[in-house]
Design a protein around this ligand. Sequence first.
Ligand SMILES: [Zn+2]
Length: 413
Amino acid sequence: MHRIFTGIRRIYGHYPATQTLVRGKEMQEVPFIDHAWLEVQNGRILALGSMDALPENNPAERIDLKGAWIMPGFVDSHTHIVFAATREEEFRMRIAGRSYEEIAAAGGGIINSAMRLRQTDEDTLYEAAASRLRLMIAHGTTCVEVKSGYGLDTESELRMLRVIRRLAANFPIPIRATFLGAHAIPPEYKENRQGYIDLLCRDILPRIAEENLADFVDVFCDRGYFTPVETLQICEAAAGFGLRPKIHANELGYTGGVQAGVKAGALSVDHLEHCGEDEIACLLNSNTLPVALPGCSYFLGIPFAPLREMIDRGLPVVLASDFNPGSSPGPSLQMVWSLACARMKLLPEEAFNAITLNASAALDVSADCGSLSPGKRADFLVMQGEPSLSIIPYHFGVNHVQEVYVGGVRFEA
Ligand SMILES: [Zn+2]
């Protein structure tokens, strides 16, 4: 396949191919080219430039985008899209005044999802996750991370990870799998926490490695879930199988999750609704990326992570959807973009960088995704009207993405 897309009003997100992220003040800028073309061969960007320098006598098939503007597809570095059932009954309980933690203590929350998932076969889980993924792609996501963590026993966790690998085999976008067996202590291990951690480390992890079912490991390091000491123990066992950590941290309190993640060499620490000076100082002295999930703050009514302060202090920040049935049942990174601007005071350009280039670093896919640069995948979104990165977060609740190209081919849901 060899194509040249012409008649592009503007290309946003044309970073040098070697640039893996932007930090601090750099996040305010997004490079663009006006009146442009983009050449694609075998799914990758070969070259791009302005129309007055369009290569002549090129044998590539031409596709005229007729004045549309484009940007790289979004990278969603934190999702839980494999689940058995929605949890709108818990939503009603929260509306009536009960907190997420109270509902979890009464057998709702993650445990509720686990009980339902254990009774659901692989094909049913696959079909439901695939339809969620099609919805995400239609809203502009062209690279995604998916976690296990609603199984909480050996067979159910492996089944979830097989579903994720099956999604990766059947969809044209890059999909990374994260083992989140340490999402909660299942009821049968309530009085034997160490027994469950041993099950994760000695039974499930070797089987994951044997079948190559995961790229990362995750632990919910927070109040009522796993302690920093337990988190480090699980990360160490996973490192023995080559899995790098991405940690759920500081959603429910100042619980040492950020520090544990940094100590374990995590690629990212995610959530961060409770983040103060100690956590920010710790991140500044690390290569661990902060990932905020404003859909969860919005939906649960909990604080938003202090991303404004993190950027002002010079950090590179990332935004993700946390798409899951309990705390963030929304597939759209355009909505996340809007929440980041309206509620966390990020500029539209900063939030754009946080769901494209920086998000690709948080998933270790910078060589393939996150910007429209020669050598990377030709995954891009087509928008109509006046080119503007502000219109998307401003005009919220609307899908601005007209067409999605994956590897230079239009994606049909
Ligand atoms: Zn999550």
